[in-house]
Ligand binder design. Structure first.
Ligand code: C5P
Length: 409
């Protein structure tokens, strides 16, 4: 996928620098050539010799090298690349980039370049969340710098949180998303998306339901269709229109939703974004339950609904290659979602905060975390359509086909 592409990899000084070695291998496996610039701090973590051996090219670190500046000046280093990748991107190099410093070869190349730049941040969680870093990253984003990660997880400093550099494979995918995008990367893939609430009858006029608007699920179905997938949207009762370019099946209850998912036959991708009612009436009345003067309110016996996500996630020949669930939580969001991923047996969980203060239900924006076997990725607050496009992009990458819409931010 990266055949003939030239990557200039800038390795700064962080413990994650060891992953840069693996990144070089991954990129070369995909056909790219890699040339490295190593900062002084980076050289405390990986040796120039390792980078040189894996890239099969010489490593550049000296700003004032007479030979380098005559043969390969800092301008030429950037001219000869299709993309500059900063991995690990430490708080320090991000600050130097944001400030426009040119105090070593790496910073000078980054200042002198007119090529796209992808940064893979890696640092202690407090450094990542420090107002200075947050402002620097925002400045860089506005200048068009692309970012991948960081991921959540345990860190070398014995802390837990965002700050882990993305895995080499993820960075390589993001690079492919920037350099080798595909128009319809999900062409030939079949997807089912559940969306909206379900409605569980108590009697012919009353029901149990919830506030789901279906906006996020419908947007995901549209985004997958836009990337070429053949999509069946199984929608509970919602007030929004059926999206164009895909098949919408309308259902009321969870039982009907499950049946519609199974009726779709063999699928590659399942995204369960519906807010399925956990319970239904054990014995829905066939006619309207009458209110009679002096009579105590009837008691309502509930019974669990089938778990559509867990059912679709069951191992077996029919299991879709990728099953994505949602976790709507009001507290301990990420921890509960990690737990849910395992309990349900799905591959990814999109965790979103639905506390009333956030206004996710029915709102236009969503703040989510993508939880997979390789960790937790925190996404910025985005419009639901953008969350959908980004998720669809990730799904395309999962199938090894980067979408034209950039995989990296
Ligand atoms: O268990 P909980 O409702 O929190 O799990 C949420 C995830 O499971 C969502 O992806 C939702 O669509 C799915 N789900 C389902 N069937 C159920 C309950 C939840 O598919 N009966």
């Amino acid at each position: 996928m990266l055949k003939g592409k030239r990557i200039l990899l800038i390795v700064a000084g962080g413990i994650a620098a060891f992953k840069a070695l693996e990144l070089i291998r991954r990129l070369r496996e995909r056909g790219a050539s890699v040339r490295c610039v190593l900062t002084d701090a980076g050289a405390k973590f990986v040796t120039p010799l390792s980078l040189q051996a894996l890239s099969e090219d010489r490593v550049y670190s000296d700003m004032f090298s007479l030979t380098d500046e005559s043969e390969m000046g800092h301008i030429q280093l950037s001219r000869d690349a299709d993309l500059l990748v900063v991995a690990p991107a430490t708080a320090n190099i991000l600050a130097r980039m944001a400030g426009g410093l040119a105090d070593d070869l790496a910073a000078t190349v980054l200042l002198a370049t007119d090529k796209p730049v992808l940064a893979a941040p890696a640092m202690n969680v407090r450094m990542w969340t420090h107002a200075a870093t947050v402002a620097n990253v925002e400045t860089l984003r506005q200048r068009g710098i692309h970012f991948i990660g960081p991921n959540d997880g345990a860190m070398a400093c014995n802390e837990f949180g965002p700050g882990r550099m993305s895995e080499p494979e993820e960075i390589a995918d993001a690079i492919e998303g920037l350099l080798a995008p595909a128009e319809r990367p999900l062409a030939g893939k079949r997807a089912v998306v559940t969306s909206g609430p379900t409605r569980e009858a108590i009697d012919p006029v009353r029901y149990i339901s919830n506030h789901s608007s279906g906006k996020q699920g419908h947007a995901i179905a549209s985004a997958l269709a836009a990337l070429g997938a053949d999509v069946t949207l199984v929608s509970g009762p919602v007030s929004i229109a059926d999206p164009p370019g895909l098949t919408t099946v309308h259902v009321d209850s969870a039982d009907q939703m499950l049946a519609a998912c199974l009726a779709a036959g063999r699928i590659d991708i399942a995204v369960c974004a519906a807010a399925v009612a956990d319970w239904k009436a054990a014995r829905p009345a066939g006619s309207k339950i009458k209110k009679k003067a002096g009579m105590a309110p009837p008691s309502l016996e509930l019974t669990p609904n089938p778990d559509i996500l867990a059912t679709l996630s069951k191992p077996g020949q029919q299991r879709p290659a990728l099953v994505v669930g949602f976790a709507a939580e009001t507290e301990n969001l990420v921890a509960n979602a990690i737990d849910k991923r395992q309990r349900k047996g799905c591959d990814w969980i999109v965790a979103n905060d639905v506390s009333p203060a956030v206004g996710t239900f029915g709102g236009e924006r969503n703040t989510v975390h993508l939880i997979s076997a390789s960790g937790v990725e925190d996404w910025p607050t985005l419009a639901k359509g953008e969350v959908a496009m980004r998720l669809a992009g990730r799904i395309a990458l999962h199938f090894g086909r980067p979408p034209k819409a950039e995989a990296a931010e």
